[in-house]
Ligand binder design. Structure first.
Ligand code: MN
Length: 237
């Protein structure tokens, strides 16, 4: 039977339409399409602060994909908001940090994409650069102007990591202005861009958790290695 992957969603308010001002869950369709292409069944996880409901959500899925979105509020890693911080959604942070910790406690693998990887890091005690201008290095263009399905900067995977074994594309796309600063305990860096920005993290023990800073869901058609990354994640569920 096919595995089921729960995918977290953003929330946004739509000014137009039948219910102007209504807050709605939003999820870019490529996440679900990538999961389907990898042979699994995607379901969208609706945000809740009910711990029992959350536990049931975790029980119903074989793995969780934490999708991209707004910045993580810096209070979750012990910092005041920097002037360069972007839009935050504290309700989403609260839900996803709790869900991430529950996934680990309940032995459910997790895949974090962009913000999803940052949430993974923060959930287990890591910190973030609120903006890459604060990283103290000359950074590449990490908010690419190229189309989403195009790769723009190179990465080097770290030998011995799961990512290095399962992903060998030399370049990735890039749509972020925040990045991992200190890596959470129990996690290791699995990819770096040439300027030294952390482009991926993973843990070494079960349940398996992997995070990537780029957006592989936009490149499953363009890049065989990206498709394989999703497949391998599904295979080990
Ligand atoms: Mn990047």
């Amino acid at each position: 039977m096919k595995k089921v992957i729960g995918i977290t969603a953003s929330a946004d308010i739509f000014a137009a339409g039948d219910f102007p001002g209504l807050r709605r869950h939003v999820l870019n369709m490529p996440y679900g399409e990538a999961v389907l292409a990898a042979g699994a069944v995607p379901v969208i996880l609706v945000r809740t602060d009910d711990v029992d409901a959350m536990r049931r959500q975790v029980a119903l899925v074989d793995g969780i994909l934490f999708s991209g979105g707004d910045d993580v509020a810096p209070s979750f890693f012990g910092e005041e908001p920097d002037a360069a911080l972007g839009k935050v959604d504290r309700g989403r942070d609260v839900y996803e940090i709790a869900l991430m910790r529950m996934a680990k406690a309940e032995q459910k693998p997790a895949f974090g994409i962009c913000r999803g990887m940052q949430v993974m890091n923060v959930a287990f005690g890591g910190t973030l650069y609120q903006d890459l201008s604060r990283a103290g290095m000359e950074c590449l263009q990490h908010r690419q102007k190229a189309a989403r399905e195009e790769s723009s900067h190179s990465i080097t995977t770290v030998q011995g990591t799961w990512l290095a074994k399962n992903f060998d594309a030399p370049m990735v796309n890039s749509f972020h202005h925040q990045a991992v600063k200190s890596v959470a305990e129990g996690f290791v860096v699995n990819a770096l861009s040439p300027d030294g920005v952390i482009e991926g993290i993973e843990n070494r023990e079960a349940p398996f958790m992997i995070g990537v800073q780029w957006h592989p869901e936009h490149r499953v058609r363009e890049d065989a290695s990206t498709m394989r990354l999703f497949r391998r994640f599904v295979e080990q569920l």
